[in-house]
Write a protein that binds this ligand. Structure first.
Ligand SMILES: [Zn+2]
Length: 113
């Protein structure tokens, strides 16, 4: 089963492979520079629902090639809780970092790679 492609040499590689067998690039560190936008706070989500959504989006995105997630969190409690949860993810090394979006405090930019 093939479901990732080395962005450096174009080699198709099985999902669980960490390094490209052809050019030895670290596949988990490759990204295409793109940003995924996800709104987790505008359908009346509770805090725990929003946190669950955030976690599943991060898990999903880490398997892909996007560089960032732009998480729309609004300005209330969800943002506070998500910031705390992201601090944990960063501590565990699951994300590289995160920041409130400049000029829009209702969104958080997460650096995945
Ligand atoms: Zn390669």
């Amino acid at each position: 089963m093939v479901d990732q492609v080395c962005l450096d040499c174009g080699m198709s590689v099985a999902e669980m492979v960490q390094h490209c067998p052809k050019c030895d690039n670290d596949l988990s560190a490759q990204h295409d520079g793109s940003t995924i936008t996800v709104d987790i706070a505008h359908k009346g989500e509770s805090i725990s629902e929003a946190l669950r959504l955030m976690q599943s989006e991060v898990d999903l995105a880490r398997k892909g090639v996007a560089m960032c997630i732009r998480l729309v969190v609004g300005s209330g409690l969800i943002r506070e809780e998500v910031m705390l949860a992201l601090r944990n993810l960063k501590y565990r090394g699951e994300i590289k970092g995160f920041n409130l979006e400049p000029k829009n405090a209702g969104a958080i930019l997460i650096n995945l790679k």
